[in-house]
Design a binder for this molecule. Structure first.
Ligand SMILES: C[S@@+](CC[C@H](N)C(=O)[O-])C[C@H]1O[C@@H](n2cnc3c(N)ncnc32)[C@H](O)[C@@H]1O
Length: 286
């Protein structure tokens, strides 16, 4: 029998396995990097999970969180500026990652405080369920649809041209809120203004926008002005744990509020510092 007599075939050489990408190095815990002389803004550098514990005793009036969306993509801005939108093992793991970072800040909100969580179609539904469980479904007040309009559209599906902001109140019914006014569109109210609806038609920053500083996913100031002015009282304190280029603090300081920013990337905070200096901020520390 030919088969029995033949020598065992040498197994084919194994294709060399590509080296596993190193797991992202955990950012160090947030530490105070700088604060301004007037006590209007503080910047924390590092992992925002510990931010709640690092803050002083003063309660927060508002938390706005614009986290990485967990797409696994690399978000690129200008001049080589980029951050990893880290895949976190699927949408449920992503939602758990997010809750772990937001729950301590939720605990720091005063009784009239609000939390806004800015997400997109990939993770918003998972995050909503996880946040409802962690914070209490009754604290969920509404979702804001931010229509940003920019980007291409496919002939094969409805274009994805909005993000969702989930709005939670620490004590539903007691939240500080001042409805912003927008121009009315109906013929009946022509030339008048009305309370803003729950969908916000605010253009995203185009490449030529004057306020653009180069950080990927930088949000328009008009968007943050609406969040801050509607849900943080004058003189109040807003925290942004995923601050990027500091748009939240720019909106807060412009409108007489104070801000605490945190980001794991020193390049983001360098941009935030520059934007705040342009508003007259001088630094007392860092
Ligand atoms: C979507 S961007 C925020 C953009 C910002 N709203 C703006 O207008 O520029 C998300 C930010 O979260 C930061 N980040 C990611 N993981 C973080 C973590 N665990 N702790 C603190 N910051 C983190 C990234 O460096 C990035 O700047």
């Amino acid at each position: 029998m030919l088969g029995a007599m033949s020598a065992p075939r040498p197994s084919p050489p194994r294709a060399a396995r590509p080296p596993r990408p190193a797991p992202p190095r955990p950012a160090p815990a947030a530490r105070l990097l700088a604060g301004d002389a007037g006590g209007r803004v503080r910047l924390y550098l590092g992992e925002c999970r510990g931010l709640g514990a690092a803050l002083g005793a003063e309660p927060l009036d508002l938390v706005y969180a614009d986290p990485p969306f967990g797409t696994g993509a690399r978000r690129r801005g200008r001049a080589g500026l980029a951050f990893s939108d880290g895949a976190r093992g699927g949408p449920e793991a992503y939602a758990a990652w997010l809750v772990e970072r937001l729950a301590p800040l939720w605990e720091r909100l005063g009784p009239a405080g609000s939390l806004y969580v800015h997400l997109d179609w990939r993770s918003v539904h998972y995050a909503k369920v996880a946040l409802d469980r962690a914070l209490g479904a009754r604290c969920f007040l509404n979702e804001i649809v931010w229509i940003y309009g920019l980007g291409g559209s496919s002939p094969r599906r409805w274009p994805r041209k909005h993000d969702t902001l989930l709005w939670y109140a620490r004590t539903p019914g007691r939240q500080w809120f001042e409805a912003p006014r927008v121009a009315a569109r109906s013929r009946r109210l022509a030339g008048r203004d009305k309370k803003a609806p729950s969908w916000w038609d605010i253009p995203a920053l185009n490449n030529m926008a004057r306020e653009r500083v180069g950080w990927p996913t930088q949000k328009p100031e008009a968007l943050l002005e609406r969040v801050v002015r509607s849900s943080c009282p004058p003189g109040g304190l807003v925290a942004d744990p995923f601050a990027g280029s500091g748009t939240t603090a720019v909106a807060a300081l412009r409108h007489g509020r104070r801000a605490v920013l945190c980001d794991a990337d020193p390049r983001a905070l360098a941009l935030a510092r520059r934007r705040l200096e342009a508003l007259g901020v001088t630094w007392a520390a860092g």
